[in-house]
Design a protein around this ligand. Structure first.
Ligand SMILES: [Zn+2]
Length: 508
C-alpha cells in the first residue's frame, strides 16, 4: 500500500483579504524557510504565517493548524509518517485512525504503538543507544533509500560515540557544537558538517527533543551557485569522446535523468513511437524513483535515433547504458576522464590525496548532475515553462525548478543586453582613451582575445590557468595556487522524516 501523503502548507494573508494555503519554501538542506511561501511561482516572505498539515484521517481530509514554527511542522509530519509507515507494514491495524499530529500520542494499545514514535516525555530515561536502535528501526520501517539510511546511521553512530551514552533528554547544544568541531577536524567540509548536524537534530526531534539547537544556530555552509554546462563546453567534450561515451553524456543531457534513474533505465522505459521515456519504479531490480513518483518526458529525434541504433546492436541487453546487463556504476568516472582528455578541467581542484585536476581525472566542475541542470536551462531558453519543466524533472516543489531556471535567466540575451547598456559606454570610453594614449595596457587586452575560449588551461603552461586571464581585462594576472582541496561529497539526502517531496539541494 502506498503511504498516504502528509503535506505541509503555509497559510498567508494577502492584501485582498484572502488567506490561501501555499507551498512553503524549502531551503537547500531540506529545512523549511521560516515564514516563506511560494506565490505565483516566486518565493515571498510572510512573517508570522502559520503552518498547516494536510492528511487523511478516517477517510476524511484534515487540515491541522500548527504554529509559525517550521521545525514543529516537520516534527508533526514525521510523526504521522511513522504512523502510516507502521500501518503499511501491519504493525498497526488498518482501522486505527491516524493520530492528531500535534496531540500527545494517540490512545492506541501499547502493543500497537509504533516503537519509534515514543516521545522522550514517555520515557525520560531513554538512553541515546536505545534511541539509536529505535531510530534505525524507524528508518527501515519508513522504507528510506539505502543511501539516506547509511548517511543518517553513520552520523548518529559517530555522535553517540562522541557524546557518550547519556539520556537523550540530557543532550545539549554544547554536545552538538563539540560534535561539529570533531567533524571539522576530520576534516569535513562546512557542507558536510551542516548536513550531519541537521541529521542529528532530525533524530533528536524524532524523540520530541526538538529544541536542542534551533535552526538559526546551526552551522552554515555557502551553498554552491547552481551551474550548467555551456554549449561550447559540451561541444568540446563531445569532440573528445569515443562514441560510447558520447552516447552516455547525450543520454544524460537529453533526458535530464538523475544518476540512478539513468543507471536503471531499461528498454521498456522507452516508447519509440510515442517518442518518450518514463522513469519507472523497478522494485525487482532494486530501484525506486525519488519521491516514489514516476514521470514521462519527451525525447528529441536525435537521441531516439541513437537509441534505435543501440537497441539493434544489443538486442539482448536489459539496461540502456553500460554493458546492458547490470546498472552502470562508472558513469561519473567516465565523465571525469573524458573531461581531462578534452582539457576541460578547471585546474583548481586538489583532492585530499593531493591529486590536481590539471593532471588527474578529479575535476569537481564535471559532474553528472550538471547535465540535468543543463537540460533544464536549454529547454527554458527554448521557451518551455517552469511548471512543465518541474514535471519533466520530477521536482515535487517549484522552488527547486526555479533555482535551475535562474541559470537560463542570468545567461539570457535580455540580461546581457542590460549589463551592456549599463557598462558599455563607460568601458568603451576608457578603451578608446587608452588607445589614444598610445598602446599602454593594450597588450593584456589583446592577449585575452587570442586565448582559446574553451581550454581552461593547457599542459604547455601548467602554471597559468587560462581562466585567470579571461577574468582580468586590466592589470597583470597572477597565477594563483589552488588554496584548498576539493573533496567529493555525498549529495545531501532529504531527512528521513517522510518528507518525500524532493531531493536535497545537490540532487534535485
Ligand atoms: Zn578542477
Amino acid at each position: 500500500m502506498k503511504n498516504p501523503k502528509v503535506r505541509i502548507y503555509i497559510r498567508v494573508k494577502l492584501p485582498d483579504g484572502s488567506q490561501p494555503f501555499l507551498d512553503p519554501v524549502w531551503s537547500a538542506n531540506r529545512q523549511i524557510k521560516k515564514g516563506w511561501a511560494i506565490i505565483d511561482g516566486t518565493p515571498k516572505h510572510f512573517p508570522g504565517a502559520v503552518y498547516y498539515l494536510r492528511y487523511a484521517r478516517e477517510g476524511k481530509r484534515v487540515w491541522e493548524r500548527l504554529t509559525d514554527d517550521p521545525e514543529q511542522a516537520l516534527a508533526a509530519k514525521q510523526k504521522l509518517d511513522v504512523f502510516h509507515a507502521a500501518v503499511s507494514v501491519d504493525l498497526i491495524q488498518r482501522n486505527v485512525p491516524a493520530p492528531i499530529a500535534t496531540a500527545t500520542p494517540a490512545p492506541t494499545p501499547a502493543a500497537a504503538q509504533p516503537a519509534a514514535s515514543t516521545s522522550a516525555e514517555d520515557s525520560p530515561a531513554l538512553k541515546l543507544t536505545g534511541a539509536v536502535d529505535r531510530y534505525k528501526e524507524f528508518l527501515s520501517l519508513a522504507n528510506k533509500a539505502p543511501k539516506t539510511r547509511t548517511a543518517y546511521e553513520t552520523a548518529i553512530d559517530t555522535f553517540v560515540k562522541q557524546c557518550g551514552d547519556k539520556a537523550i533528554s540530557d543532550v545539549t547544544a554544547h554536545d552538538l557544537l563539540r560534535f561539529a568541531d570533531h567533524l571539522r577536524k576530520r576534516p569535513n567540509s562546512d557542507r558536510t558538517v551542516a548536513n550531519k548536524i541537521n541529521y542529528i537534530c532530525t533524530f533528536l526531534a524524532h524523540f520530541a527533543c526538538d529544541k536542542v539547537m534551533p535552526y538559526e544556530q546551526r552551522p552554515r555552509f555557502v551553498p554552491k551557485e547552481p551551474d550548467a554546462y555551456t554549449q561550447e563546453e559540451l561541444a568540446a567534450l563531445f569532440a573528445a569522446c569515443a562514441p560510447e561515451e558520447r552516447f552516455l553524456f547525450q543520454f544524460f543531457l537529453a533526458t535530464g535523468f538523475r544518476d540512478q534513474e539513468a543507471a536503471f533505465a531499461t528498454w521498456r522505459d522507452v516508447k519509440f513511437d510515442a517518442k518518450e521515456i518514463t522513469v519507472r519504479a523497478k522494485k525487482h531490480l532494486g530501484f525506486t524513483p525519488k519521491d516514489h513518483e514516476e514521470r514521462t518526458a519527451p525525447l528529441p529525434d536525435a537521441l531516439l535515433d541513437s537509441l534505435r541504433a543501440r537497441r539493434r546492436e544489443r538486442p539482448d541487453s536489459l539496461f540502456i547504458l553500460g554493458n546492458g546487463q547490470k546498472p552502470s556504476r562508472h558513469m561519473l568516472r567516465i565523465l571525469k576522464r573524458a573531461a581531462l582528455r578534452a582539457k576541460l578541467n578547471c585546474g583548481e581542484c586538489l583532492t585530499k590525496a593531493k591529486k590536481s585536476c590539471r593532471t588527474h581525472a578529479v575535476c569537481g566542475y564535471w559532474e553528472l548532475h550538471k547535465f540535468r541542470r543543463t537540460y533544464a536551462t536549454i529547454q527554458h531558453e527554448a521557451g518551455v515553462s517552469a511548471p512543465t519543466l518541474q514535471k519533466r524533472l520530477g521536482h515535487s516543489d517549484l522552488e527547486t525548478t526555479l533555482r535551475y531556471l535562474a541559470i537560463a535567466e542570468r545567461r539570457s540575451k535580455e540580461a546581457h543586453d542590460k549589463v551592456n547598456l549599463a557598462f558599455g559606454p563607460l568601458l568603451t570610453a576608457s578603451v578608446a582613451a587608452e588607445s589614444q594614449l598610445g598602446g599602454c595596457g593594450m597588450t593584456r587586452h589583446d592577449e585575452v582575445h587570442k586565448l582559446p575560449r574553451i581550454a581552461r588551461y593547457t599542459t604547455e603552461s601548467p602554471g597559468i590557468p587560462a581562466r585567470a586571464f579571461s577574468h582580468s581585462v586590466s592589470g597583470p594576472s597572477i597565477p594563483k595556487e589552488p588554496e584548498q582541496g576539493v573533496e567529493q561529497e555525498i549529495a545531501p539526502e532529504p531527512p528521513p522524516d517522510g518528507r518525500q517531496h524532493q531531493l536535497g539541494a545537490d540532487n534535485p
